[in-house]
Design a protein around this ligand. Structure first.
Ligand code: PMP
Length: 400
């Protein structure tokens, strides 16, 4: 076979995608699987989004879109940034793409030269490091320990910055830990970054509206206006509005960066599906009550799963205040053996044995850069969560 490009050699297949496939394979064999690996809301897309897409299709809005996004959508995004984040972006500072993932990809591709470094507080979303490697850059993880709520110590962030650093990537609420940065913590990060004017900062705010308790969401450009010209604020409709399949992400940022990203966009996609853009205008400008209603349901699920799992001997878990994940510590089980006789020497062994013996699908912490943990998504029904917790408890009780 002819060769595949070298640039793909270090890029891995996402472990959560691999685990979700494993769940599908088992289910196809007739096994009753409890899938807790997917980072996807289980609610339907709001009706008014679907209606808007349908109306756009009927009206013949089916030709090539403007690559950066339709004027109507970019204006709706501009209003969203003002309403939710108190950020004033000019229309020329706003860009859309096929998901927040493609926004991040375009930003990295537009800025990274071979050998440039990207500082990533870790554990972190699987794709950041792979996207950086794809572009020829070097991901530089900064450990965010459980005892600090899975957030970075500012001194550790500062120590990771070198003359080669191009970006700092921030993601609150976080995938995989659900951590949320307070205003003071955000300010402490900002104080460090003010000392390094050569570094861009990307804030991936995709879980902005999935936030619990009395916590308030803050994004960096809002907290520290002096960084406004160096921050790329990334968001999208996938998680907030249960629109993962529609593929729309967007960002606000410095004009020159947006222009460079727009160049990438013209070559790698040609813009987001017109019907998706119409649907996105409808949800961004439409009633926002559903965000709070759904967050209340996620919070109930979080409380339930947290209570069940923290009462299992050997599991410990930081209480997350956002997103829909728990990042569960399994240090007590390393070096032991499952009821089915499988040695558990790391978190991947734990997760595989849990699938094989109890048919519960989660993802190992190693995939997010921190072990020994597993990530569980509670974006599923209470029934599934109850069944999942019962089986995880039984699995842990059998470890010896
Ligand atoms: N950022 C984070 C932290 C995510 O978890 C995800 C989805 N798993 C994305 C971005 C991608 O979102 P989108 O569907 O908009 O591409």
């Amino acid at each position: 076979m002819p060769d595949i490009a070298d640039r793909l050699k270090n890029v891995t297949v996402s472990a959560s995608v691999a685990m979700t496939q494993k769940a599908r394979d088992l289910a196809a064999q007739g096994v009753h699987v409890v899938g807790l690996s997917t980072g996807e809301p289980d609610f339907p897309t709001p009706e008014h989004a679907t209606e808007a897409a349908y109306a756009a299709a009927r009206a013949g809005d089916t030709r090539y879109p403007p690559t950066d996004g339709t004027p109507a959508l970019r204006a709706a995004i501009q209003r969203k940034f003002k309403r939710d984040n108190n950020l004033d972006y000019d229309i020329s500072q706003i860009l859309t793409a096929g998901g927040a993932k493609q926004i991040i990809f375009n930003a990295i591709l537009a800025t990274i030269n071979p050998g440039d470094e990207v500082v990533i507080p870790t554990p972190s979303w699987i794709s950041y490091a792979d996207i950086v490697k794809f572009a020829g850059g070097i991901p530089v993880p900064v450990a965010c320990p459980q005892e600090n709520g899975f957030k970075p110590y500012p001194a550790d962030l500062e120590a990771a910055i070198t003359p080669k650093t191009k970006w700092l990537l921030l993601n609150y609420p976080s995938n995989p830990t659900g951590s949320v940065a307070t205003r003071a913590e955000m300010q402490a990060i900002a104080d460090v970054m003010l000392r390094y004017p050569q570094v861009w900062i990307m804030t991936d705010d995709i879980y902005e509206h999935l936030i619990y308790d009395d916590v308030t969401f803050y994004t960096l450009a809002e907290v520290e206006p002096r960084l406004f010209d160096r921050v790329l604020t990334v968001n999208g409709v996938s998680k907030a509005y249960s629109m993962t399949g529609w593929r729309l992400g967007f960002c606000g940022g410095p004009k020159d960066l947006i222009k460079a990203m727009s160049n990438v966009n013209t070559q790698n996609s040609g813009g987001v599906t017109t019907l998706t853009q119409a649907a996105a205008v409808a949800v961004l400008d439409g009633p926002q009550d559903l965000l709070k209603e759904r967050a209340a349901i996620y919070r109930q699920r979080r409380d339930y799963v947290l209570e069940r799992l923290t009462s299992v001997d050997g599991l410990s878990c930081h209480k997350p205040q956002g997103a829909f994940y728990l990042f569960v510590n399994i240090a007590a089980f390393i070096g032991k053996t499952s009821a089915g006789g499988r040695p558990i020497s790391n978190d991947a062994d734990f997760v595989l044995a849990l699938i094989e013996e109890q048919h519960v699908v989660t993802v190992q912490g190693a995939a997010y850069g921190m072990s020994p943990y597993f990530r569980l998504s509670y974006a599923t029904s209470m029934e599934m969560l109850q069944e999942g917790c019962d089986r995880i408890a039984a699995f842990c009780a059998g470890i010896h």
